[in-house]
Design a protein around this ligand. Sequence first.
Ligand SMILES: CC(C)(COP(=O)(O)OP(=O)(O)OC[C@H]1O[C@@H](n2cnc3c(N)ncnc32)[C@H](O)[C@@H]1OP(=O)(O)O)[C@@H](O)C(=O)NCCC(=O)NCCS
Length: 180
Amino acid sequence: MARPPSIDPLAAAERAGVRIRAAEPSDVPAISATMSDPGVIHGTLQVPFTSEARRAEQFTFTDLHTVFLAAVPLEGGDAIGNIGLHRNTRPRRIHTAALGMSVRDSWQGRGVGTALLAAALDVADNWWQVRRVHLEVYSDNEPAIALYRKFGFEVEGTLRQDAFRAGEYVDSLTMARLRD
Ligand SMILES: CC(C)(COP(=O)(O)OP(=O)(O)OC[C@H]1O[C@@H](n2cnc3c(N)ncnc32)[C@H](O)[C@@H]1OP(=O)(O)O)[C@@H](O)C(=O)NCCC(=O)NCCS
C-alpha cells in the first residue's frame, strides 16, 4: 500500500499565516472561545453555553498519549485553532489514534486546518509510529471531509442518526487514514 499524502507542516503554517505549537493551559480561554463559535458547535459535539471551566476540565495538557496543538496568528494574538491527537493506550490498539479539531469561524477556509492537521499527522507518522488515525465527521460537513480526504482519509462507514444537532438527528461518517 502506498504512503498516504502528507503536507510539510512548516510550509502549511507559513501559507496560513500561523505558528503551530503545543497548546498550554494559558490557551484555555481562546480555545474555549473557538469551541463556542456557532460554526464550530455545528461541526462538532460541543453544546452551546458550555462554560470555560467545564471545557478546561476536559482538556489534557500533560497526558503522554495526547498531542494537543494550537494555531497562533503570526501577526500576534490568541490561538485561533486547535487539534487533539489521542493515541489509544490499549496494548493491541497502540498503533491507532483519534483526532478532533476546530478553527475559529472567522479564520476558516484560510489554510489553518491544513496546517494543524499536517502537524498532527507528522507526529503520528514520524514520531509516534501510529499507523491508523481515525475520526468521525458529520456527513454534511463538506469542508472537513474535503480536508481529511486531502490527507488520505477514506470513508469507512456511516453512523446513522449519530448525534442531535439544532433539533435534528444527523448522520456521521467514520473516516480513517492508514500509514502503510
Ligand atoms: C473543518 C475545519 C477544521 C477546517 O479548517 P479550515 O481552516 O477551514 O481548513 P482549510 O482552510 O485548511 O481548508 C482545508 C480544505 O477544506 C476544503 N474546504 C475549505 N472550505 C471549504 C468549503 N467551504 N466547502 C468545501 N470544501 C472546503 C478545501 O479542500 C480545503 O483545502 P484546499 O484549500 O487545499 O483545497 C474548520 O472548518 C472548522 O473548524 N469547522 C468547524 C468545526 C469542525 O467541523 N471540526 C471538524 C469536526 S470533524
